[in-house]
Design a protein around this ligand. Sequence first.
Ligand code: SF4
Ligand code: SF4
Length: 432
Amino acid sequence: MKKSKFNIIVNAKDDKKLIFNSYSGALALIDEKSYEQYLNNNFYDDKLKEDLIHGKYLIEDDLDEIQYFKALHNLSRYGRHSISLTIAPTLNCNMNCYYCFEEKKDISMDEEIISNLLDYIKGLIDELNLKLLNVTWYGGEPLLEIDKISMLNDKIYELCASKEVEYRQAIVTNGVLLTKENVHKLNKHKNLEYCQVTLDGNKYTHDKSRRLKDQGVGSFDTIIKNVDLVAEDIEIHLRVNIQKNNINDAYELLDYFEKNNLKNRVSIYFAPIRPDTEACSHVENLCLSQVDFAAFNSEILTIAWEKGYDFPLYSYPSQSIISCGAITPNAYVIDPKGDLFKCWNEIGLEQYMVGNIKTGAQLNSENAKWLSHEIPDECYECESLPICSGGCPYYRIRNIDNQCDYRKYMKDAIFNIFYAKHKEKKEAEVSA
Ligand code: SF4
Ligand code: SF4
C-alpha cells in the first residue's frame, strides 16, 4: 500500500497530528508513534493500518489517483441527467450597492419570454431524459418579481411531476422582500432548499452601502426582521461580505446574532468581496487577498466555535469533483430576455452570450471557452485537488486572478475546530 496524494496533515494539540484525506473526506487524530509508522509506511499496529486504508489515506500501489480523479471529473462533467438553471426574472434591484457586479439594467421577463422559457425547460426534460432539475432564482433582486416566479414555479413543478423529474429550487436575494408570504409562495411545493441573504457588516456599515433605492434608507433592520420571521420556515444562508474596512464588524455581529436569537437558527458565514467584473473593479483596493481572508476567517471561526456557533457553512471541505457547473454542458444562467450565459458574473452582458432559450445553447466561441476549460497542470500536484478542482473557472477564463481559494490557507484552523466540535458532540452523546 502507498500513501494517498490527497493526504493533508496539520499539527494538533499534544504533539498529535490531524490527517485529512481530500478525496474521502476522512479526518483522524493520530499520535506521534502512529504518525511515525505512517511516515515510514512501516506498520506494526495492524489496526492503525486497517483504519488508514479505510479512510483512503493508504491506497493500492497500482492506483493512479490522478487518472481516477480525471475519470470521475469527466463522468460528473458530461453526465447528462441533471441540469442547473440560474434564472433571473429581472435585472432590476431595489438597492444600488456600490460593488454590485451586474451592470444595472431595468428589464424583467415578459409573458412571451416566460412562455418560451417553459418550452425550453420542457425541451430539456425530453431531450436529456432528465432526472433532476435545479433552479436558482437570481437577479437583480428576484423577489421584485415574486408573482412571475410563483407562476413559473407552479408550471415547472407540473412539468417535472408529469415526467418524474425531481425539481429543487434555491434563491439568492437581498432579503428586503423575504417576507413570510413570499417564502410561502416560493416554497409552495416544499422544494425550496435554501435562501441566500447577504449583509455587508454591522448595521452602521451595512446601511451605508445597502440603501433602498426609493427611500434612501438602510436595509439592515428590515433584513434582520425578515430573516428572524422566516428562519423556522426555510434554511437561511446568511452571507456576511468582508472587505478591508469592515473586519471588526464581523466580531461584533457574532454577539449581535446571539443577542437577537439568530445564532444557529440561520447558517452564518463570511465571504470576501472580489473585484470580479468591470462594473465592480473599483473595489479592488478594498478586497483582502485570499491569504489575508484565510487568516481572518480562521480567527473568526475559532471565536464563533468558542461562542457555541454550529460549524459554519462551506467551512468543512467536501469533495467537489468539478469546481463549477459553468464548465459543464448542463448549467446555464438565463437573463430576463431569455439569453443564456455560463457564469453568474456575466449575466446580461451580450458579449458573453452562449445562446438563447429559443435557439438553445450554441457552440460559439464563448461557450467553447467554458466547455474546453481544463484544470491547470499545477493543480494535479496539489493535495487539495478533489475539494477544489482548480477553483472558480471564471478567474482563469477571463485571466483575472490565479490565486488559490482562501480555504487552502486555513486548513489548520478548520481541521482543529472541526475535530474538537466532533469530539465534543460524541462526548455529549455518550453522557446523554
Ligand atoms: S465560474 Fe466562478 S463566478 Fe462563475 S458561476 Fe462558477 S463559481 Fe461562480
Ligand atoms: S487552485 Fe490551488 S488549491 Fe485549488 S487545486 Fe489548484 S493549486 Fe490546489
